[in-house]
Design a protein around this ligand. Structure first.
Ligand SMILES: C[S@@+](CC[C@H](N)C(=O)[O-])C[C@H]1O[C@@H](n2cnc3c(N)ncnc32)[C@H](O)[C@@H]1O
Length: 287
């Protein structure tokens, strides 16, 4: 993600409990997407939506079919991942090189040989990182998301590229009760969408056998830079002013120490920074 993509604009500052708390207005486009995803999630059964390739029919697409379907799916839900589908066709008009850069940084920190490793991509969206993991030869790749439309995009991409990726509709918060475990877990751009980030971290830890990569928006408070903090960015304590959509935005932004502390506390032995910008960070958490 570009550094500012998830963050959007902010306004207003209020104090709340011990931490600095901001009432914020976030990226409308993203929040609308997420709202629709959550709405669909609330009303739908959490069923397996795709099996392994052997269980699926092999579909073939002409370049015209691919273009038409990209447009249809983009109308249902604007694409958030630019993915090259061959024949000069991509899911988005503008390529988003930051996605590849993020993957390159992540891959440099993963086991060199993924051929015997399973990978879980939490909040997979249209599947950019699931595709990368599969192309890096991962033995098994599962992508989960709670948005039907994102999953439809991901399945389409998978089918066009003929990759064996298993997509499921699942909330990260439910991972704990599923008993699913993976060698490598990716949790990219998700944790600040979760109302209980500690629980999310516990769920990530419960699903991880070897390591988890976590990417998040971060905040900086210079005066307390060393102190682990999570800034509450959801004005839930003023329900009268609450646009229901706001519930689906972002809830908490950590500073880098807070991000690492939560994953340590959730059950990882060691958490290291892979990459840090002004307002985004990627860490790797080892069991
Ligand atoms: C900002 S996008 C990040 C997508 C992708 N991981 C990336 O880094 O490009 C957040 C994704 O997480 C999904 N998501 C949000 N909350 C979730 C949850 N509780 N469980 C599973 N997926 C979730 C959204 O539907 C969306 O596809």
């Amino acid at each position: 993600m570009p550094a500012t993509f998830h963050l959007g604009k902010r306004n207003g500052i209020r104090s709340f409990l011990v931490a600095v708390t901001r009432v914020s207005v976030y990226d409308r486009h993203w929040s609308a997407m997420l709202f629709r995803a959550c709405k669909a999630h609330n009303g739908a059964n959490r069923t397996r939506i795709a099996g392994s390739r052997s269980m699926r029919e092999r579909k073939t697409y002409s370049p015209e079919d691919v273009r038409r379907r990209i447009e249809e799916l983009g109308k249902e839900e604007p694409w958030f991942h630019s993915i090259d589908l061959g024949n000069g066709i991509s899911t988005m008009k503008n390529s988003l090189p930051h996605l590849q850069k993020l993957w390159d940084r992540i891959a440099a920190n993963l086991p060199a040989d993924l051929s015997k490793k399973s990978v879980l991509d939490i909040g997979c969206n249209a599947g950019f990182f699931s595709v990368q993991a599969k192309r890096a030869n991962a033995a098994r790749v599962v992508g989960i998301d709670m948005g039907d439309r994102f999953l439809k995009q991901a399945e389409f991409v998978r089918d066009v590229l003929n990759l064996d990726i298993d997509y499921r509709k699942l909330d990260v918060s439910d991972l704990h009760s599923r008993g699913m475990t993976f060698d490598v877990v990716l949790c990219l751009g998700v944790i600040y969408h979760c109302s209980n980030p500690f629980w999310t971290a516990r769920c990530v830890a419960s699903a991880t056998r070897e390591c988890a990569v976590v990417e998040s928006a971060i905040v900086k408070h210079e005066s307390v830079a060393e102190m682990p903090l999570w800034e509450f960015v959801f004005p839930g304590y003023r329900p009268d002013t609450l646009d229901q959509h706001e519930r689906m935005y972002n809830w908490w932004f950590p500073n880098i120490s807070g991000l690492k502390a939560v994953f340590r506390a959730a059950g990882f032995d060691r958490v290291e920074t892979i990459y840090q910008l002004e307002d985004r960070a990627t860490v790797i958490c080892y069991k």
